[in-house]
Ligand binder design. Structure first.
Ligand SMILES: [Zn+2]
Length: 190
């Protein structure tokens, strides 16, 4: 799933009741699993100069990439973090790890060959979903527009929030999504 969609989905799902004011923990938890990939991508692209297609077709699947990505997408490690947060009675950290877990759960449903080993380090097993968020041969043609719909619909909901931070986040997600779409169109059109 695309990163802005994770932020919007987690915001809608978790910003309720007493967790409503924890916008920083919710957003951070939604972002962190993908930040490992953003870091690796930036390193490949800017430092090593690896072409776009080589990054996603070859480098993504290399063991060193997978280790870093799996560390930040691991249910056992997130569970451990959540247990410690609960024990220490830290609501912010509990919200953060719950948001991370929701990110991984939604990724699990829409990843195929690019699936993460979500049970690392206990198991390297990967769930190969019949649905891919990007591959048109596996409902990617449907998931993409649904993600956009969720972002636009979610922004409308967040714009009505009485917490100013959520209104700013809704604006930010909309802007980033627009840049994402334009970037994807130029990168994959050729
Ligand atoms: Zn992800």
């Amino acid at each position: 799933m695309n990163t802005p969609t994770h932020v919007m989905l987690n915001a809608l799902a978790l910003s309720r009741g007493r967790w409503r004011s924890h916008w920083l923990a919710i957003c951070a938890g939604a972002l962190v699993p993908d930040l490992s990939m953003v870091f690796l991508y930036a390193y490949e692209r800017m430092v090593l100069g690896t072409p776009e297609r080589v990054i996603w077709r070859t480098r993504y699947f290399d063991a060193d990439w997978q280790l870093v990505v799996n560390l930040f997408n691991s249910f056992p490690l997130i569970g451990l973090g959540a247990a410690i947060a609960w024990r220490l009675r830290s609501t912010a950290w509990l919200v953060f790890f719950t948001s991370m877990a929701l990110h991984c759960l939604t990724d699990l449903l829409v990843h195929r060959e690019d699936a993460h080993a979500h049970f690392f380090p206990l198991s390297s097993w990967r769930f190969i979903s019949p649905v891919s968020y990007w591959d048109p041969r596996h409902y990617g043609w449907l998931v993409g527009p649904l993600e956009l719909l969720l972002i636009v619909g979610g922004a409308v909901v967040l714009f009505r929030s009485e917490i100013p931070a959520w209104r700013r986040i809704a604006r930010g997600v909309l802007v980033v999504s627009l840049v994402f779409v334009l970037f994807a169109m130029t990168m994959w059109a050729f």
